[in-house]
Design a protein around this ligand. Sequence first.
Ligand code: NAP
Length: 239
Amino acid sequence: MSALAGQTAIVTGAGRGIGRAVALALAREGAAVTLAARTRQEIAAVAAEIREGGGRALAVPTDVTQDTAVEALVDQTVAELGRVDLLVTAAGVAAFGPVSGSKPNDWDAMLAVNLRGAMVCARAVVPAMTRQRRGTIVNVASIAATRAIAGAAVYSATKAGIVAFSRVLAEEVRGDGVRVGVILAGATDTPLWDTIPNAPDRGRMLRPEDVARVVVLMAALSPRAALEEITLLPAGGIL
Ligand SMILES: NC(=O)c1ccc[n+]([C@@H]2O[C@H](COP(=O)([O-])OP(=O)(O)OC[C@H]3O[C@@H](n4cnc5c(N)ncnc54)[C@H](OP(=O)(O)O)[C@@H]3O)[C@@H](O)[C@H]2O)c1
């Protein structure tokens, strides 16, 4: 029996990188998956891959910075797939550089997607999960939330923010049978690094499938157990 048979998941950032690997892994474990990101062709391709493997997928183009779009994403999932057992917030953007050379306007996208967007998504699934008295929210943060990496101040602030948000939300909803976990992932070889100058050695990074495996573990644990905070690093350490 597949670990997530009969369950329904929403994965943001599902078009590529970590979100894509998470969506494919959840589907392999039997979950029906709603794929959300802005690029229609990318989520459609992942949905096709899931269906070819015999799974069930729904591609819903969504910008997580648009609150009404996020509400519609959850409504459509419940309407078409019946319930929402799992939310994985893997939508994210990254830009690096020293604070002194940055412009506050350039910080807005990271704050809007990585922090506010993830919070809005989590808020949107809580009513359905509470009604079901069952659900798991997994936020994809970063090791940058807890370790000081020069050039990553704003990115780190968004990730530390989502760690703090996850901790508090976990306390608020655990009585309703809802679990909230957060993954502090180290460098992972995804398209996110394509445009970043002087990226670390991509051959030594985690693979998106490594992160996906941890998500499956968090989601498939018995309801009496909760994995709430996991640090997953390349075995070689922070790169
Ligand atoms: N790669 C790493 O080393 C690493 C390490 C630790 C944590 N993380 C975190 O893991 C998450 C995924 O990163 P990744 O490396 O997989 O990045 P990626 O390969 O660049 O993929 C990012 C995904 O997020 C989506 N996205 C971006 N802005 C969005 C928006 N406004 N609304 C909806 N979706 C949006 C993108 O699709 P569209 O552009 O089509 O919307 C894409 O599907 C991020 O939160 C990142 O910070 C990454």
